[in-house]
Write a protein of this length. Sequence first.
Length: 229
Amino acid sequence: MRALDIKHSLQHLPLFADLEVAELEQLAQLCRNRAVTKGNVIFYEDDPGTSCYIIVSGKVKIVVNADDGREHILGVLQDGDFFGEMSLIDGQPRSASAIAVEDVQMVTIQRDQFMELLRANPDLTLKLLVTLSHRLRAADRNVESLAFLSAPGRVARLLLELGKDHGERTPEGLTFTHNMTRQELASLAGTSRETLTRVLMDYQDRGIIHLDKNRLTLKNEAKLKEMMV
């Protein structure tokens, strides 16, 4: 991807929407393109953090692995999202691994250049803080779910959050598509694949949701909220 293409990609990302043309051109010169095919690791937990990543297209899952080898998904990021910024800010190793869920096109910025960019653009720094705040709130909700909600409650919360973030209103209900496996959805909900499948089938039998391969419709959001116990 040439510098001109990087600039075109950057100007459509919310994080850089307020930059002037000259600033975008300068930023594009600092960025490098990187393509990662589906299933490949972008970086591992505890790797040195030397660059920040901005997704142009595709999806990336952020995961941590338990001592017994189980994978816990912290989040799934897509077009316009960025990740890897924590290590750039505090200089510590990566706190999680990043894996391509789909074929991914990204641009990367090195640590020194990223910090210089933040110092020169207070509005950009504020946007970064807002995004980090949203992620911290999401992490808090995840901890709350694991501590206080039953497995059906955790699945209900996950479905509502996916619908809120990725859904569109249709005559049938709030509908969204995803490219995650049942195991990945179960990891997001903090439960086993078998339990997730059982809960999803129960919700479908009761007319609360409708499943169609990777397309999911929330037919009764009020009932899902009631299930969050």
